[in-house]
Design a protein around this ligand. Structure first.
Ligand SMILES: Nc1ncnc2c1ncn2[C@@H]1O[C@H](COP(=O)(O)OP(=O)(O)OP(=O)(O)O)[C@@H](O)[C@H]1O
Ligand SMILES: [Mg+2]
Length: 364
């Protein structure tokens, strides 16, 4: 993914930087999040089980290594560092420090496997796109195995968003389930993107995908969780569908995708109502709300109030801007994203990772 130049035009004065290291947040501490408008909104405080006094996860390269903390990643600060052979050090910008903190968070170790479902009762709001880009972001930064599974019973489109290495689908994976033992066996059913994200596609024929229900998805997820650290689960619009039930029962966390419109926000909130009423209240409390496809001028809707609503119900919210590269709905290259979008997905991945420290919420 493209790096941010970290060089705010309005912050060029060398004197504005102090020699004091900018404090990095502890693993469970919630940072303030700059919104698309540039103001800083405080995210909802996280729940009690976070590491207040630090943990082994604090010893990441981003936080502890001199080379990582002293050589600015880009911009004029890096040029000064390089030209003087490191003799003149201008500390990293606040944006760079924050980015490092987000990356450290995204790389938090996962014990076992974490399964994240991307849901909304409204169609076309960006579930597949958010699932894919969150997966790319995690896979790009983490060293372990990350996979995205198309769980849309209505012939999902996840497989169309990356370059396919195989014609295999979840249906063929399920057919051959008994014979699949090792990671190398599963790899024949996945396509891998340059970020290292693997994807299992759905069939293009809805007659085939509709036949997959709760048990089939639980069997597929049961296999994946033995070989992957993070499983991103794309879903369809029907929370009552058998397939979605299987996915929700297996999920440790959810991401609810919200269109930046009144009906979009209402549909997302009614998704949470349904989850609350049907025994998935824990998933709602730990959810991350994603307001997706935010344009610079978003018309009459007050997105701050929309976010406030979801922040009151969920763990946190993140805004993803509308991005020209995503609009095509074609193969998605994470390198082609606008830098603001790339950064927003990093914020999203970090917000999801804030839930990794908590016990699994999946139902037995
Ligand atoms: N942030 C964004 N900026 C621009 N275009 C976007 C963005 N997010 C999604 N899109 C585009 O909007 C369309 C719908 O997105 P997507 O397929 O992810 O929605 P969905 O909720 O999965 O739809 P469905 O309910 O049909 O499964 C796609 O063409 C996608 O590329
Ligand atoms: Mg979809």
């Amino acid at each position: 993914m493209r790096r941010e130049d970290g060089d705010a035009a309005d912050n060029l004065g060398l004197g504005s930087e102090t020699e004091e290291p900018v404090p990095l947040l502890a693993a469970g501490e919630q940072p303030t999040r700059p919104s698309i408008n540039g103001d800083h909104a405080s995210l909802k405080p996280e729940r009690a089980s976070q590491h207040r006094h630090g943990s082994a996860a604090d010893f990441s390269g981003e936080r502890m290594l001199r080379s990582a903390t002293e050589r600015p990643a880009s911009g004029w600060r890096r040029a000064v560092f390089d030209l003087t052979g490191g003799l003149l050090r201008v500390g990293p910008s606040a944006a760079e420090v924050r980015e490092r903190e987000l990356v450290a968070r995204v790389k938090l170790p996962i014990r076992g496997c974490r399964k994240i479902a991307f849901i909304s009762r409204k169609g076309g709001v960006g579930k597949t796109t958010t699932c894919l880009l969150a997966g790319h972001t995690f896979a790009g930064y983490r060293g372990d195995r990350v996979i995205a599974l198309d769980g849309n019973p209505d012939a999902g489109t996840l497989g169309h968003r990356i370059r396919r290495e195989t014609t295999a689908t979840i249906t063929s994976l399920l057919t051959d389930l008994e014979a699949i033992e090792r990671y190398a066996d599963i790899r024949a059913y996945t396509s891998q993107a340059p970020t290292r994200l693997e994807v299992i596609a759905a069939d293009d024929d809805p007659h085939i995908t509709q036949a997959l229900g709760e048990q089939e998805f639980q069997a597929a997820i049961g296999l994946l969780e033995r070989h992957y650290n993070l499983v991103c689960l794309d879903t369809g619009t029907g929370v009552l569908e058998s397939a979605t039930q299987g996915i929700l029962d297996a999920a440790d966390q959810i991401v609810v995708v919200i269109a930046p419109s009144l009906d979009g926000a209402r549909a997302a909130s009614s998704t949470l109502d349904w989850l609350d009423e049907n025994g998935y209240g824990q998933l709602v409390q730990g959810a991350v709300g994603v307001v997706n496809g935010v344009r610079p001028l978003n018309g009459a809707i007050d997105l701050d109030r929309v976010e406030e609503h979801f922040a009151g119900r969920c763990r946190s919210t993140v805004r993803i801007p509308w991005d020209e590269h995503l609009e095509t709905g074609a193969e998605t290259d994470a390198e082609e994203l606008d830098d603001t979008t790339r950064r927003a997905y990093l914020e999203l991945a970090a917000a999801i990772a804030a839930g990794f420290a908590e016990p699994s919420e999946s139902r037995p």
